[in-house]
Design a protein around this ligand. Structure first.
Ligand code: CDP
Length: 223
């Protein structure tokens, strides 16, 4: 299966998830958002008040269970059988997810789930995250690392959430993104960084359509 994987990594707000979803739709591939699984785990940890200890979190994930369920062309995050697609985008989850994602046992469990999930997506799969090209699927034939200036990423995140894009909100969101980027890129296990053979795409100033088109051009050369 590993011959039909596109890995898209990058910092918060770089548009990985929306780009991955659209690229997958255009290629007839399935979309797999790895961040959704870290977020679903974080939601479960907060709701069940489990301490931030890797084994405890993995045990909780198995017992509830926390899962990604293939529905059509994408995977839906579920906690105890309930679709948590909306709940995992809440600010309380966003504020804590990087702490959960820094735990080695948690990452190992998530990576197992991602590899199993890819096995179900026979058409091909676009996987987005932080360590997909470096750790989870280093054999993926196409790896893209999306970046954009911090200001632009903050503006995109605000528009995506339907919030007003005023200077004060941009400042606050950009501080939140950089706090998470710092945690994600400085952690000991699987830090955020481009794979040596990733194509780095700076999307500052590109429209969403242009960004998708650039990734599709790269994909057409490979698949
Ligand atoms: O969409 P956004 O960029 O805000 O983040 P996300 O993809 O939903 O991921 C949320 C968090 O999960 C990240 O800030 C990372 O801490 C963690 N994550 C990770 O460590 N490795 C991944 N492959 C995906 C997400």
């Amino acid at each position: 299966m590993s011959e039909r994987i596109i890995a898209i990594d990058g910092p918060a707000g770089s548009g990985k998830t929306t780009t991955a979803r659209e690229v997958a739709a255009r290629l007839g591939f399935v979309h797999l958002d790895s961040g959704a699984l870290y977020r679903a785990l974080t939601l479960a940890v907060l709701d069940h008040q489990v301490p931030l200890v890797g084994e405890r979190i993995v045990a909780l994930a198995r017992s509830l269970p926390v899962r990604l369920v293939l529905a059509g062309r994408s995977f839906v995050p579920e906690v105890a059988g309930a679709d948590v697609s909306e709940a995992i985008r809440s600010e309380r989850v966003t504020a804590r997810v990087s702490e959960v994602a820094a735990l080695a046992e948690v990452r190992e469990w998530v990576n197992q789930q991602l590899r199993l999930a890819v096995g179900e997506a026979v058409e091909g799969v676009v996987v987005d995250g932080r360590d997909i090209g470096t750790v989870v699927f280093p054999e993926a034939p196409l790896k893209v690392y999306l970046t954009a200036s911090e200001e632009e990423r903050a503006q995109r995140r605000l528009s995506q959430m339907g919030r007003r894009v005023d200077p004060e909100a941009v400042g606050r969101t950009s501080a939140e993104l950089s706090r998470r980027d710092l945690m994600d890129s400085s952690r000991a296990v699987a830090p955020l960084k481009p794979a040596p053979d990733a194509v780095v795409l700076d999307t500052t100033g590109l429209t969403f359509g242009e960004q998708v088109e650039r990734v599709l051009e790269l994909a057409r050369k490979v698949f």
